[in-house]
Design a protein around this ligand. Structure first.
Ligand SMILES: C[S@@+](CC[C@H](N)C(=O)[O-])C[C@H]1O[C@@H](n2cnc3c(N)ncnc32)[C@H](O)[C@@H]1O
Ligand code: SF4
Length: 399
């Protein structure tokens, strides 16, 4: 089972927001996240809020989300620029059910005419027919969890798809008419060789997608993988190997015409960038629908109860599913803004940093971690070495 959520102050039972938050809502864009917390089995490395069939039922889930939407309609207004349905495995729901949720979001707030509407999907959970129906239901973008094409790596990760399925699904998604297709890769898994990762990159590039995300394997506390490592069944991932893999990813993707726009994300063109994720990274607002979903509106962050049954019951009783919330202070917002924007290729203005941050930025430039030309133009932009050490750069900028 997924771990506990943080404490926070209680969310009012009608989900209402303070007046100052309502006034600021949507100033930097408004999007909707929908969390679908179901998977057929749980991958050993994953600590996302997701439940296998014995742990929670999918029944009533869509109606509960539609109930949350009714409650949300009375709390904020705004046109929706992006929708992101994530999980879990959203594509365990029928395309028509996902379509009902998108339609209801449109009916509630209105989708912008050029809205980006993404769903995540596991490669084995979609067919040509399902992809065509998702496209018809209004999805413009799909993000497939490829992770790797090496059989041994897929086995260590407990993935259910065959090595060739993700590439095939990406090609099928293109055929189905999706505007944008992403493949997620994980690197640095124990047993993965440099050749394995090169093969995964080749397959992702060869699948004709316009976006690739590549994440270093994170060993999350409480997962089966963490236990296997503690018992010596699997070695821990190595930072040096992860750095080598990152360099390999950047080189292969750049050679194939992908440019990084966030430390872990590459796209073939500006319009192929994930607008929904950019909303998160640039201080935008979003309503998170679904069990355990997080929301951020006008400087208030809240999170829903995690279990689908508790979530559905709260809404059936006409009560907000919000479990707790935080009113972000100016200091909180500053930390968050620096943390997220530094990871973007466009970086952030030097002038946005406080005095200590500007001094740290000058040191980082001298250490080769920030691009000197961008620095000269008044911007904080990571170099390739800086991207490898992004967390350390952020720590220095904030101390
Ligand atoms: C939570 S999954 C949801 C999508 C879908 N269920 C899947 O697995 O493809 C979204 C992405 O998060 C990444 N991810 C999840 N857990 C991770 C971990 N422990 N370390 C690195 N990446 C992880 C994977 O790349 C995955 O594709
Ligand atoms: S399929 Fe995706 S969400 Fe489900 S357990 Fe695996 S990584 Fe997590």
């Amino acid at each position: 089972m997924p771990g506990a959520l943080p404490e926070g102050e209680p969310v009012p039972s009608d989900g209402s927001l303070p007046a100052h938050a309502r006034e600021r809502a949507g100033r930097a864009g408004f999007g909707v996240y929908v969390h679908v917390p179901f998977c057929v089995t749980r991958c050993g490395y994953c600590d996302f809020n997701t439940y296998t069939p014995g742990e929670a039922s999918r029944e009533g889930y869509v109606d509960a989300v539609l109930n949350e939407l009714k409650l949300a309609a009375g709390v904020v207004t705004g046109t929706v620029g992006s929708v992101f349905v994530g999980g879990g495995t959203p594509t365990l729901l029928a395309p028509d059910d996902l379509g009902r949720i998108v339609d209801a979001i449109d009916a509630t707030w209105g989708l912008a005419s050029d809205a980006e509407v993404t769903t995540e999907a596991n490669p084995e959970s979609v067919s040509r027919d399902a992809l065509a129906r998702l496209r018809k239901a209004g999805f413009t973008r799909i993000s497939l969890g490829m992770q790797s094409t090496a059989p041994t790596v897929l086995a260590v990760l407990d993935r259910r798809h065959t090595p060739g399925r993700a590439r095939a699904a990406a090609l099928e998604a293109r055929d189905a008419g999706f505007d944008h297709v992403n493949l997620d890769l994980i690197y640095g898994t124990p047993s993965e060789t440099a050749e394995d990762f090169a093969g995964s990159l080749d397959a992702a590039i060869g699948a004709g997608v316009d976006h690739v995300s590549a994440y270093a394997l994170i060993v999350e506390e409480g997962t089966r993988m963490a236990a296997r490592m503690r018992h010596g069944e699997l070695p821990y991932p190595s930072d040096d190997v992860a750095a080598d893999r990152y360099l390999a990813a950047d080189a292969a993707l750049a050679a194939a015409g992908f440019a990084w726009y966030e430390v872990s994300n590459w796209a073939t063109a500006p319009e192929a960038r994930c607008r929904h994720n950019l909303l998160y990274w640039t201080g935008g607002d979003w309503w998170g629908l679904g069990p355990g979903a997080h929301s951020h509106v006008g400087g208030v962050r809240w999170w829903n109860v995690k279990h689908p049954t508790t979530y559905g019951k709260r809404l059936a009783d006409g009560v907000s599913p919000g479990q707790g919330r935080e009113l972000l202070t100016a200091a909180d917002r500053y930390v968050e803004d620096v943390m997220l924007r530094v990871r973007l290729a466009e970086g952030l203005p030097l002038a946005a940093l406080d005095q200590g941050g500007r001094a740290a930025a000058a040191r980082a430039r001298d250490d080769g971690l920030l691009d000197p030309a961008a620095y000269g133009r008044g911007r904080v932009v990571l170099t390739l070495r800086g991207r490898l050490l992004a967390d350390a750069v952020v720590r220095d900028l904030l101390t």
